[in-house]
Write a protein that binds this ligand. Structure first.
Ligand SMILES: [Zn+2]
Length: 414
């Protein structure tokens, strides 16, 4: 323990305090507005659906508090409780050098996965199931887990080994090399995701609804957009929540619709939702996100470059001596505590992008169709229409429904 221990604990306590306070505000606000939907949604959202959305939000927020407690307990156990040191002591006897470092990182990641498992199970088979959203079977749940573990072995372990190797061999500027490697790996993963990774988890079939396809092609033409295919994904295997997204790069872009979305929306509404997604591309939000992610990674790795040789960093977090694998691990564990204040800034940027994409959709498709699609999606996903304003400001990647719809209906007024 040293002064840094107290800085870490103070930051952890502050972030915990803010998170608990916001969660409490959210629950209180949703409970207070549970009786009936806000006036502007009267007649559009059924009272029972509104109450279900309130109960769903409350259940998830309350469960989030429990999960936060478990995660914090694990973090303290691993750092100040000496967990990382104990795992390292264990491996030191059996392995050394790079293999020992990889073993340390993989063991701790595995430990985190095991602790998270009952939480994920509860989320899926108790909370999602209670509100009628779960479509997953226990067999699929464990199948997903195995597939994720296999991906971790095939991609994660070589990546960790490469990063540790660069740290060892590249001198003082190793963090620049690790950064370049990390950026390259992320671009590669983005590139192979649609064709190699996503099909491990879902089935993709070409969209065969001719009238809808003609509509979508018309929209793409109007927007000057090239895509290499439209696919329907069997999202209904896991959940009844609906969505649409793009993956891929350049001319290799794919448009993917969840079957649950197509089942629920009229063709004109699908077109409006797609126009919103196109807006994210056309306004360069996707590119901005990637660049921002890379810049943040550079800053974080630069900081790690300084910390990796500072004994106080290791002593402060319960590890006896500096080492590359320990540095990487402690940094992964502690960074979220210190980067927590960035959350509202990232949310703000994301909400601004959502407004821009909505505006793009209004210009290139129909604002009214987007409004009716949003109302249906909010109702189907049981997303609350009455979030606590501060909670929303802090966390929400999408603006509150009322605000989005008000802007869509009257873009000049706000
Ligand atoms: Zn969006």
């Amino acid at each position: 323990m040293n002064a840094f221990t107290f800085v870490f604990l103070a930051a952890l306590l502050a972030s915990l305090g803010v998170r608990l306070w916001l969660a409490k505000r959210q629950i209180t606000h949703v409970v207070a507005h549970r009786a009936a939907p806000p006036a502007q949604f009267a007649g559009r959202i059924d009272v029972l659906a509104h109450r279900k959305a309130a109960d769903y939000t409350i259940a998830r927020t309350a469960f989030g508090i429990l999960a936060l407690g478990v995660e914090t307990g694990l973090l303290l156990l691993l750092t100040l409780g000496g967990g990382v040191q104990a795992v390292q002591d264990f491996w030191q006897v059996h392995l050394d050098g790079l293999a020992g470092g990889v073993a340390l990182l993989v063991s701790v990641a595995l430990l985190g996965g095991i602790v998270d498992l009952p939480l994920a199970w509860w989320r899926q088979f108790v909370i999602e199931a209670r509100f009628g959203f779960n479509r997953m079977t226990p067999r699929l749940f464990f199948g997903d887990l195995l597939r994720q573990a296999a991906l971790g072995v095939v991609i994660g372990i070589p990546a960790i080994a490469a990063a540790l190797w660069l740290m060892e061999r590249m001198g003082d500027a190793w963090w620049l090399w690790v950064w370049a490697f990390w950026c390259g790996l992320n671009l590669l993963l983005l590139f192979i995701f649609p064709t190699w990774i996503a099909p491990l988890f879902n089935r993709f079939t070409p969209l065969d609804d001719a009238p809808l396809k003609a509509r979508i092609e018309g929209l793409l033409k109007r927007c000057g957009f090239a895509a290499s295919g439209f696919f329907v994904m069997d999202g209904s295997r896991r959940s009844s929540h609906g969505n649409a997204y793009f993956t891929g790069f350049g001319r290799n872009k794919r448009i993917v619709f969840f079957d649950t979305l197509l089942g629920r929306l009229q063709p004109a509404e699908v077109e409006a939702v797609l126009a919103h997604e196109l807006g994210h591309f056309r306004r360069r939000h996707v590119l901005q996100r990637i660049v921002l992610m890379f810049v943040l990674a550079l800053v974080f790795l630069g900081v790690l470059g300084q910390l990796a040789t500072a004994p106080w960093f290791f002593h402060g977090l319960g590890v006896a001596a500096p080492g590359n694998a320990q540095a990487l691990l402690l940094f992964f564990l502690a960074a979220p505590v210190f980067s927590f204040p960035l959350t509202p800034l990232m949310s703000l940027l994301s909400r601004r992008h959502e407004f821009e994409a909505d505006r793009y959709a209004a210009e290139n498709a129909s604002a009214n169709d987007l409004v009716s699609a949003l109302v249906k999606l909010y109702e189907d996903n049981a997303a609350t229409l009455t979030p606590d304003p501060l909670h929303s400001l802090f966390y929400d990647s999408h603006p509150p429904a009322a605000l989005r719809i008000a802007r869509l209906q009257n873009p000049e007024a706000i």
